[in-house]
Design a protein around this ligand. Structure first.
Ligand SMILES: NC(=O)c1ccc[n+]([C@@H]2O[C@H](COP(=O)([O-])OP(=O)(O)OC[C@H]3O[C@@H](n4cnc5c(N)ncnc54)[C@H](O)[C@@H]3O)[C@@H](O)[C@H]2O)c1
Length: 351
């Protein structure tokens, strides 16, 4: 039997982790989050125990972690609209608080699977050198060899990437100096149901791009494209990311003390391309072609996110390490992922 501590279990990835892992009767999960709103069906599962409230204020946290085999840490503020507007909170959440879990794991001799971000790579070498994108060595991102190139301090948007990078360096130092077993995961834009919230429906504020476009489609409003929507991203089905986690847990000897990119290089598109694909998915799903003509409107990053926002030009993962060590290969194409994701949103939130 394996016992897993899941920090941030009530969020997007955490909810999919529970869906998959609680199918296994030999798994026991202790989970922590502010709220269980996205994971209500699991609360009655005898193999899952939910602890609500702030993770770092739980008096029994150390005792409970000491009884688990592995600690999976998802908990973080990871919403781009806060990187430049609430940088203190972002740094606190992604480094100052998160390092406490790493310290505990080192002290207790527990394997820490820490979620980082593909944003640690920052801008591509192609961007900084102005060399264009004819040479993959200038834009592909590999775990061991690619430099992590963030922007200037006044561009506060890099607070998140920088805090995650420092957390990665801290975890690595704990490994070298205190023998911590670790795995660092750099997600490249996971997609699927239950990401963030839909403003005015089940939350307020500015969610990540998938929920932002979903919200526009449901309301039949224009889809906002920040700075023209030219930034390029790859997209991975969240269920395939969770499958990679399962393979890591099955192969600790190979997964420990590694950094893994998790992404799907075959699903690269611009943010404009994502908006167009989502309009198409909505039209296919509903049989209503008018979704195809919803306008895409340009807004500047400053108008949309406020002062100090910038975006990375491109995030193209190399995933050969996950293939080699875990035998993991993503297969779901972007249209299929978007269809499933929007099908869920339209079913839950109506048209
Ligand atoms: N989803 C992606 O594509 C993606 C991309 C890059 C990085 N990541 C990383 O993966 C992790 C999980 O991402 P997600 O998409 O599931 O985010 P999410 O916001 O949906 O989930 C994070 C969860 O952590 C909880 N949490 C944060 N601080 C807490 C605290 N102090 N006490 C209790 N609960 C707390 C939140 O309530 C939330 O439910 C994060 O570390 C994020 O930086 C995700």
């Amino acid at each position: 039997m394996s016992r897993i501590a899941l920090l941030g279990c009530g969020g997007f990835i955490g909810s999919h982790f529970l869906d998959a892992f609680l199918l296994d009767p030999d798994v026991r999960i202790e989970g922590w989050d502010w709220t269980p709103a996205k994971i209500l069906p699991h609360l009655t599962n005898p193999n899952f125990r939910f602890h609500s409230g702030d993770i770092y204020s739980q008096p029994d946290l150390e005792a409970l972690l000491s009884r688990c085999d592995v600690v999976v840490s998802l908990a973080a503020i990871c919403n781009p609209s806060q990187y430049n507007t609430k940088a203190l909170d972002v740094i606190d959440s992604n480094f100052i608080q998160a390092r406490k879990i790493a310290d505990l794991c080192a002290k207790l001799g527990k394997w820490l699977i820490q979620f980082s971000t593909s944003e640690v790579y920052g801008q591509t070498l192609a961007h900084w050198t102005g060399a264009g994108d004819s040479n993959p060595a200038l834009y592909e991102m590999g775990e061991e060899e690619t430099p992590l190139l963030l922007g200037p301090i006044a561009s506060q948007r890099w607070s998140y990437a920088c805090a995650k990078q420092l957390l990665e360096r801290y975890v690595y130092a704990l490994h070298k100096e205190k023998g911590l077993y670790f795995t660092l995961i750099r997600p490249f834009n996971f997609l699927g149901p239950r990401m963030d919230f839909l403003p005015g429906r089940d939350g307020d504020g500015l969610p990540r791009v998938l929920a932002c476009f979903t919200s526009s489609l449901l309301d039949r409003k224009p889809l906002p494209l920040v700075d023209g929507g030219g930034a390029r991203r790859t997209f991975l089905a969240v269920e395939e990311a969770v499958a990679a986690l399962r393979l890591m847990l099955e192969r600790p000897g190979l997964a420990r003390n590694q950094i893994f990119n998790l992404g799907n290089p075959a699903n690269e598109t611009t943010i404009r391309g994502l908006a167009e694909s989502m309009r198409k998915a909505a039209a296919d799903l509903t049989g209503d072609a008018t979704y195809l003509s919803l306008p895409l409107v340009d807004v500047t990053a400053e108008e949309f996110y406020g002062e100090g926002y910038a975006d990375s030009d491109r995030r193209m993962p190399r995933i050969d390490k996950a293939l080699r060590l875990l035998d993991w290969e993503p297969r779901q194409g972007l249209p299929e992922i978007l269809h499933r994701t929007l099908e869920y949103a339209f079913r839950i939130h109506g048209r």
